[in-house]
Ligand binder design. Structure first.
Ligand code: SAH
Length: 342
């Protein structure tokens, strides 16, 4: 049995033809799944009984099951714990904004990057998610909130560039007009900076936003908190970013989680300005989300403000991420850990 969400239109057409069906049936099936949110082959009214039987023998629609759902008090953040048929659990978060709903999807069960401040990586990676399993998170969430999801960020558990082929297939599928028709510019892929894959993504000539988890203003500082920094220097990462900009003409988004006493000094801000000033970018400062598995603390409000001001005054566009859903532990692998340890 195969997850039909892992197939693109060409692949389903081929399957139809090689199983004695007309190619146009593929589009009908995807219409039910992606436009009508009908995931039971028997309910796809314009298919013959015979076609439905064949589909049922070969495919299932791989929508993950919601095992828990949390809503923040103000109702604008929904967090889902999803379970796949093999029992693995992942998290997705929906954030409701005036300009549209955004979903943060996971790309792996766990993560093997080992960033010190992150809860998703503590037990390493269990497995990659397939393209269809990533898509399934969006379908399940959209059905539940009963509103269209128009923006996607790949910032849940997992390192998207460590699951590149599945993620690339997902990106191409989710923008297709026969699936969810998401605008390429409404997708952000966040990476800890796997240099060769950044270049490969650039060569795909898509218009998606690349976000880099930088979190440090020099290599020594970065090596302390992100093991990937032992493999690629900041200079190599920034060179790959320049390559991405040249290819796509898209501005890069840099994420910088402010940790008290680790990376939040004025000297760090100045050093960061030196790194990023020549690059067409935007900086997203994130007060680090405190998790019980480590001792990292958020920078003070005053520090965050001063850090942001220095960047802004130097001409770097900077925002401080609004903390949404902190009353439901909406960040970074904490729900999954709590659930599994229960
Ligand atoms: N692996 C990818 C995407 C998933 S993490 C990446 O590294 O970018 C998404 C973002 O959340 C990254 O910027 C990551 O560094 C950040 N993050 C993880 N744990 C965090 C925490 N405790 N507080 C703030 N940001 C965190």
């Amino acid at each position: 049995m195969n997850n039909i969400l892992d197939l693109n239109l060409e692949e389903l057409k081929e399957w139809m033809v090689s199983n004695g069906e007309k190619a146009f049936r593929a589009k009908q099936v995807f219409g039910w799944i992606y436009s009508n949110f009908i995931w039971d082959f028997d309910a796809m009214k314009n298919l013959s009984k015979n076609t439905k039987e064949k589909l049922k023998e070969n495919f299932y629609v791989g929508i993950p099951r919601i095992v828990k759902k949390f809503k923040s008090k103000d109702d604008d953040t929904w967090k889902f714990l999803f379970k796949y048929p093999d029992g693995n659990i992942i998290e997705s978060v929906v954030m409701k904004y005036k300009h549209g709903n955004s979903i943060c999807v996971s790309t792996q069960v766990g993560c093997r990057m080992g960033c010190k401040f992150c809860a998703s990586t503590i037990d390493g990676v269990i497995r990659d998610l397939t393209c269809g399993e990533i898509l399934g998170q969006i379908l399940a969430a959209q059905k539940e909130i009963e509103e269209r999801i128009s923006n996607i960020v790949l910032m849940g558990s997992g390192e998207p560039m460590d699951n590149f082929n599945n993620v690339l297939k997902f990106l191409k599928l989710v923008v297709a007009d026969y699936t969810l028709n998401i605008g390429q510019r409404h997708i952000t892929l966040s990476t800890c900076g796997i240099v060769p894959k950044i270049k490969e993504l650039a060569d795909e000539n898509m218009q998606i936003t690349l976000a880099i988890s930088l979190h440090a203003s020099n290599d020594a500082m970065r090596k302390n908190i992100m093991p990937i920094a032992n493999k690629y220097s900041i200079k190599e990462v920034l060179d790959a970013c320049k390559y991405y900009i040249n290819k796509t003409n898209r501005r890069i988004s840099f994420e910088y989680a402010l940790v008290k006493g680790v990376n939040d000094s004025k000297e760090s801000a100045t050093e960061l300005i030196g790194l990023l000033k020549p690059i067409m970018c935007h900086v997203n400062l994130i007060p680090v989300n405190e998790i019980k598995e480590n001792d990292y603390e958020k920078s003070t409000c005053k520090n965050i403000h001063e850090f942001a001001e220095l960047l802004k005054v130097s001409g770097i566009e900077t925002t401080v991420r609004r903390e949404m859903g902190s009353d439901i532990n909406a960040a970074c692998g904490q729900l999954r850990r709590d659930y599994i340890s229960e």
